[in-house]
Design a binder for this molecule. Structure first.
Ligand code: LMR
Length: 333
């Protein structure tokens, strides 16, 4: 059962100073995916490092699989202080009024993980984190998941095949526009509701990374998987600003180090975790794999790049141009 937000927040707002000196500071780290994923493993790594490096003065409680909160509630809970740490997909900041992170959802904006890293670890990533601060949130690092594939109950080989398909998306206007351009019917839905929606036909398909698809068993209730790699899913490791700034300096420094190392760990395992999950999905034999020919891939890319221009007024043309410059990709290619 989920905690009611108001009750959990009231508890959490008890000032740090009121905690007994011999009691550990508790960090509740909530997330929506399975423990056996890049994010799930990195959350556990943060716990291990944080507890060891603070000699037990900090206790990290990791709550995977939307046990505490679903997508949108999770961000509200962080802002209220009911949980202290999250690693939501950056696609989910739009409803907080921070639209710029949706730039990560533009189709084919990152030709590789290296190109993505240049953006997230450079001035652009830092400037985006600054936008979180007025919302009471501090960004500590960018965690990889990987490039998305599409699962569906009908074969999706060409962009025309999407017409009329009900597709689950994260709460991102960029993803919404992408599917609208294809004549599909995008449906925003919390991650924890996707399995049932796919199983019952409330939606016909969705995009996600192989590690999420495999661990949530989406492939068991879908017929096809198109290896499209058209969008990227990554996370922001974030903390409640008031909580973070209220920590004793030595504790905060130790936790910053743990966050940095957990970030490096996540980013070192994500690609292999997804390759492994894709192989396991294939081996399960439950879905037919659709591998696009180079011509089909090129046609997808040509057809979807227009979303970069269409979303410039929402996300900011300067931001999109800056990323194009950094990655060498442009919407007119
Ligand atoms: C989704 O909602 O599909 C993903 O953002 C879930 C996640 O956190 O990887």
């Amino acid at each position: 059962m989920r905690l009611t937000l108001a009750f959990a927040a009231a508890l959490a707002l008890l000032p740090l100073a009121a905690a007994r000196a011999d009691e550990p500071i508790v960090i509740k780290f909530s997330h929506v995916v399975a423990p056996d994923t890049p994010k799930g493993k990195a959350a556990e790594k943060f716990k291990e490092l944080a507890e060891a490096r603070t000699q037990g003065r900090v206790k990290v409680e990791v709550y995977p699989n939307s046990q505490l909160y679903k997508d949108k509630e999770e961000l509200e809970a962080l802002q209220l202080g009911a949980v202290q740490m999250l690693a939501p997909s950056v696609s989910k900041f739009g409803p907080l009024g921070i639209k710029e992170f949706e730039v990560f959802d533009l189709p084919y904006i990152f030709p590789s993980v290296e190109a993505l890293r240049k953006v997230s670890d450079g001035p652009i990533g830092k400037a985006l984190f600054k936008k979180l601060e007025p919302k009471g949130i501090i960004g500590l690092g960018y965690w990889d998941n990987g490039f998305s594939v599409i699962t569906s109950n009908k074969p999706l080989r060409t962009l025309d095949d999407f017409k009329g398909m009900k597709m689950r998306i994260q709460s991102s206007k960029v993803l919404e526009q992408t599917y609208r351009d294809l004549g599909a019917l995008p449906q925003v839905m919390a991650f924890s509701e996707v399995y049932q929606a796919l199983q019952t036909g409330v939606v016909d398909g969705g995009e996600n990374t192989p590690s999420n698809i495999y661990t949530q068993k989406f492939h068991e209730v879908q017929k096809y998987l198109t290896v499209s790699d058209h969008t990227y899913i990554g996370y922001a490791l974030i903390v409640n600003k008031k909580f973070w700034e209220g920590l004793p300096d030595d504790i905060r420094a130790a936790l910053e180090g743990a966050a940095k190392d957990a970030t490096a760990y996540c980013n070192s395992i994500a690609e292999a975790e997804n390759a492994d999950a894709l192989a396991k999905i294939k081996a399960s034999g439950t879905v037919e794999f659709i591998t696009l020919t180079p011509e089909q891939k090129a046609a997808w890319r040509r057809g979807l790049l227009r979303v970069h221009d269409e979303m410039a007024s929402r996300i900011g043309k300067d931001l999109i141009d800056a990323i194009h410059k950094e990655t060498g990709v442009s919407a007119t290619q």
